[in-house]
Unconditional design. Sequence first.
Length: 145
Amino acid sequence: MIYGNLTRDPELKALPSGMNVCSMSIATNRVYKDRDGNRQENVDYHNIVVFGNQAENSAKYLSKGNGVYVEGRIQTRSWEKEGQKQYRTEIVADRVQFGPKNGSAGAAPSGSAPAAAAPAGDTKEKAPSVPAYPEEDINPEDIPF
């Protein structure tokens, strides 16, 4: 399970069997203090592959910078290219949930009413739509591809 922001627009393709496959990349940020008390930041990049109807919906509704929650399994593929063994580790998604459109976990999704306008009786029953996540911008210069 990971939650992060898309580093590029999803790419939708079709397999020879006709099944849709969508590939995308997610950046996850981690902020922590080292043993000297200095603030450290770490970014990890994850390759995601989605199949079927979820692939079509992901390509249709997601774009670079959007927050996304993915559940799936890790898979490593290998192949030979110019005599060299190549490897790619990716997450094959079983479930994809869309986050806020602007990529900020604390902001309300576009088109939704402000929290102050919600009826008083509804506040207990509503759970947060996305997990708490540090609000930091992803610098496209830091992305290795």
